[in-house]
Structures are given as structure tokens and as C-alpha cells.
Design a protein around this ligand. Structure first.
Ligand SMILES: [Zn+2]
Ligand SMILES: [Zn+2]
Length: 355
């Protein structure tokens, strides 16, 4: 083992002791093992999935430190680890697959039947330090900030959806949703489509205004049927690709309505309730002969690596990532940070802890 710092015994963390019982407290610094590094966490985003995890559903066991969207600096390396990683900045692929199941045999980690996960099934990034296997590290250049790099997890999820949709040059793309994932999907779709129109559709006027500032075409679906909006913007009936990033009946219907004949529809949003579809919407899936695909997490394998692709696009400096980070807080102000995300009376995209 080799270290750049005197490793402390204790650290500050946000530790979940039960549903709704998050405490900012001192815990033991985890122990470095062979094949792992000690990451000094610098930034960790609050994902919308952290809200039910902390306030209504809980984690798999208590206590657990949540947080799965993080970046930091490698301050120590365990035995057998390349010492050139010392001092490097890195993001972390948060999944720890079983490596025994059929999906794992194909490196389809997101479909692993028995995985662990930083920030839900085991301790995550709302802490000063975390021990991470080398395999999970996604190092990045010093020119990229920790805050921007902490967007790599939602970015990889977004890029995965764009890759599943097979967005290609000239495609018109309609994204249903106005949150951080929807905007990241829009940004990646723009890079792949180049000359096509990329539309952000939703009902929240201030979020749509933000999307327009970022250079997207927008449709306010509270005021204009989405199919009319697509025609107004593209001059054609229906988009080549529609990507749904909300998880409600209305948004899924809108993604079907936005797609043109033989279009591709990719579903990303997590539903919060049972879903139903109007007969006419379902019918249009048949009539337009749409291809519907689900998208889950991201690819991180030797064939396709959404994480490496996302981080190299980040490093190129061509994406407006700052616009996605609404606010940062120290961990001690966690109540304010979660209130910002949970209560939805303030406009936020990503709220982040800087540590
Ligand atoms: Zn997340
Ligand atoms: Zn597995």
C-alpha cells in the first residue's frame, strides 16, 4: 500500500440509519484492501432516486451512506495497484457485479442478477472517503472539475439511452422531460445528430426556458400537442427518435405521439405508479410500426463503455455542464440540499455536495 496522506481513522459522512433518519456524523474510514484505492470524495450529486431511498423506501440495510454520483482524488493505493493512479482524479462506476451470473458472463453488468451498488446496497459517496476497486475507476484529466465530473453517472445513463436509440446524423430527436437526465440526453443527441433538430418537451415553463437557453428547441406540452410542436419545429410529421425521461403515463404517451412512422422510442424514466396506455396511443405504436426499447443504467464493458465515452466528451470541453449544476452545498447543510431537490418549489437540475 502507498499513500499521499496520513490516512485518518475517522471521517464525516451522511449516514442513513432508517427511513428519514439521515445523520451527519463521524464514521470509520473504510479499510484499503488489495486491488482497491482510497478515494477522497470531492463532489457527489443528489440523484432523484436518492429522495425515495432516504425518505420513503430506505436502503437494503442500515446504516448505509447513500450517494452514487461522485468524483474524487485517489489518495492511497492498495497492494497490487498501479502507483501511477496516486493523485489522479477519478469518477466511479458504482456497480459491483457478481461476476457469476449469465449477464456477467457477457459483461452486461447492468443486468446482473446479484449485484452490489455504491450508495444503495453498500456505502457510497456522501462521505469524505470511499474504498473503490480499481476496476470501477474512470480517471479523468485535471482540466475537468470534480463537480462537472460528478455528472458522469447521469451522463453515462443518458448517453446509453442515446446509443440504444441509435441516433445518427440528421435525425430529429424529441426528448420528453426537462430534468438533468433529459438535458444530458439532449446534449448527446445533438452531438450525434449534428444537423437534425433536438427538442426538449415538458410542462414546466422555467425548465423549458432553461432548455431554450442551452440551445434546444422546446415544446410546452401544457400548451401545444407534442405532435404539432414536432411538426412546427421540424416541418415533418414525427421525429425519427423520441426518448422518454420522466416515467409517467402522459410522458410515455407523448413520446409515442412525438415519434414518426418507423420511429424509435426509448424509455428511460422510472415509473412511480402503475402505467396505462390509451387505446389510440397503443394503436399508433402498431400503425407507425415503432420500435420501443427500454434503457437501463449504462454499458461498462470491453465492447461499449458509455462511461469512457461520456468522460472523454466531458474532457473535450464542448458540453455546457455548468448549466446542469444548480447549487452546491457542504455536507453539513444536507437538510437544505435535500429540501431543494425534494420540494420542487425551487428550480433545480443537479444539486451537489462539495466535500
Ligand atoms: Zn443516479
Ligand atoms: Zn452477475
Amino acid at each position: 500500500m502507498k499513500s499521499l496522506i496520513e490516512i485518518p481513522k475517522k471521517m464525516k459522512a451522511l449516514n442513513l440509519h432508517g427511513v428519514g433518519d439521515l445523520r451527519y456524523e463521524e464514521v470509520d474510514v473504510p479499510e484499503l484492501k488489495e486491488g482497491t484505492v482510497l478515494l477522497n470524495v470531492k463532489a457527489c450529486g443528489i440523484c432523484s432516486s436518492d429522495i425515495p431511498r432516504i425518505f420513503t423506501n430506505g436502503t437494503y440495510h442500515f446504516p448505509t451512506i447513500p450517494g452514487h454520483e461522485f468524483s474524487g482524488r485517489i489518495v492511497a493505493v492498495g497492494d497490487g495497484v498501479d502507483e501511477s493512479l496516486l493523485g489522479r482524479r477519478s469518477c466511479v462506476f458504482p456497480m459491483l457485479p457478481c461476476r457469476k451470473c449469465r449477464a456477467c458472463a457477457k459483461e452486461e453488468w447492468a443486468q446482473c442478477s446479484s449485484y452490489s451498488y455504491f450508495g444503495s446496497r453498500q456505502d457510497g459517496g456522501f462521505a469524505e472517503y470511499l474504498v473503490v476497486p480499481v476496476w470501477n475507476l474512470v480517471p479523468f484529466a485535471d482540466t475537468l472539475s470534480y463537480e462537472e465530473a460528478a455528472l458522469c453517472e447521469p451522463a453515462a445513463v443518458s448517453l446509453h439511452a442515446v446509443n440504444i436509440a441509435g441516433v445518427k446524423k440528421g435525425d430529429n430527436v424529441a426528448v420528453v422531460g426537462t430534468g438533468a437526465i433529459a438535458l444530458l440526453i439532449g446534449l448527446f443527441a445533438k452531438r450525434k445528430s449534428e444537423t437534425g433538430k433536438v427538442i426538449i418537451a415538458g410542462r414546466s415553463a422555467d425548465k423549458l426556458e432553461n432548455a431554450a437557453k442551452m440551445g434546444f428547441e422546446t415544446i410546452n406540452t401544457a400548451e401545444e400537442p407534442i405532435a404539432d410542436g414536432v411538426k412546427r419545429i421540424t416541418g415533418i410529421d414525427g421525429a425519427d427518435v423520441a426518448i422518454e425521461a420522466v416515467g409517467t403515463n402522459e410522458a410515455i404517451s407523448n413520446s409515442v405521439k412525438a415519434a414518426g412512422a418507423l420511429g424509435r422510442v426509448v424509455l428511460v424514466g422510472n415509473p412511480y405508479e402503475d402505467l396505462q396506455m390509451e387505446k389510440n396511443v397503443y394503436w399508433s405504436v402498431l400503425r407507425k410500426q415503432l420500435t420501443l426499447s427500454g434503457s437501463w443504467n449504462s454499458n461498462y464493458n470491453s465492447r461499449v463503455n458509455d462511461w469512457k465515452e461520456a468522460i472523454s466528451i466531458f474532457e473535450s470541453g464542448t458540453l455546457d455542464l455548468r448549466s446542469l449544476i444548480s447549487r452546491t452545498y457542504p455536507m453539513s447543510e444536507y437538510e437544505k440540499a435535500f429540501a431543494d431537490v425534494r420540494d420542487r418549489n425551487t428550480f433545480t437540475l443537479r444539486v451537489m455536495f462539495t466535500i
